[in-house]
Design a protein around this ligand. Structure first.
Ligand code: SF4
Ligand code: SF4
Length: 80
């Protein structure tokens, strides 16, 4: 998982509804992306769905956590 939700999150639920792997947990005060299951939408979409729908740009790349394409594809296959 190279994505994370930052403090700007307004808990609108938009990302939760579009996540194909159910990787976004409703938390207080901000939502949290599961590093275990998020595949960055690899295998599902060209771009991360959550990033596209977030109205306040609160989902960003976590530069401290990089995963290879093959690792993300493995997660995608596990999610099917
Ligand atoms: S990048 Fe895709 S799989 Fe990961 S949390 Fe966002 S919508 Fe879900
Ligand atoms: S779409 Fe953006 S603002 Fe809405 S819950 Fe997800 S991270 Fe928070």
């Amino acid at each position: 998982m190279a994505l994370k939700i930052i403090d700007e999150c307004i808990s609108c639920d938009g990302c939760v509804e579009v996540c194909p792997t159910a990787s976004i947990e409703v938390c207080d005060p901000i939502y949290v992306i599961s590093a275990v299951t998020c595949c960055e939408c690899v295998g599902y979409h060209k771009e991360p769905s959550c990033v596209k729908v977030c109205p306040v740009d609160a989902i960003i790349v976590d530069k401290d956590y990089f995963e290879s394409e093959s690792s993300l594809l493995e997660k995608y296959e596990r999610s099917l």
